[in-house]
Design a protein around this ligand. Sequence first.
Ligand code: UDP
Ligand code: MG
Length: 136
Amino acid sequence: MSNIQQTLSIIKPDAVERNLSEEIKKAFKINNFNILKEKKVKISKSEAEKFYQVHQSKPFYNDLCEYLSSGPIVVMVLEKNDAILENRKLMGATDPIKAEEGTIRKKYGISIDKNSVHGSDSLDNAKIEIDFFFKD
Ligand code: UDP
Ligand code: MG
C-alpha cells in the first residue's frame, strides 16, 4: 500500500562547508526521494534552540545548538513512500562509526556531532520541522 510522506532533511554545516550538498542531494534523488522544497539558510542560536528543543535536557544540547547555527545549512522537504523511515535508513546511525556501509553518515560524517545530516524521526516531528522552516 502506498504511504507517501514528507520529511525534513537538513544538510548540516560540516557538509555544506565541505561542498557536499550536491553529492548528498544526488543520494536522495538516486534513492527516489523528490525534493519538494529546498533553501540554504543560516539560523541563529536561538532558532537552533527552538528547533532542537526536544533535546534541551541532554548534555550535548548547547554544543548542538551552537553547531547547527555555526554556518549555512541546506534544508529540504523530501517526499517518498515511507519517507521518514527511508530517510533515516539512508542517513544511517547517529554516530557515523556505527552507521552502515553506503549510508550518508558513514560516507560523509565526521563524528557523532558533525554527522552531516538531520532527518525527522516521526510523522508528528516531520510536520513540526517542515513548518518550522517552510511555513510562510
Ligand atoms: N548528538 C550529539 N551527541 C550525542 C547525541 C547526539 O552531538 O551524544 C547530536 C547529533 O548531531 C545528532 C543530534 O544531536 O544528530 C540529534 O540527536 P538525535 O539523538 O536526535 O540523533 P539523530 O536523530 O540526528 O540521529
Ligand atoms: Mg533526532
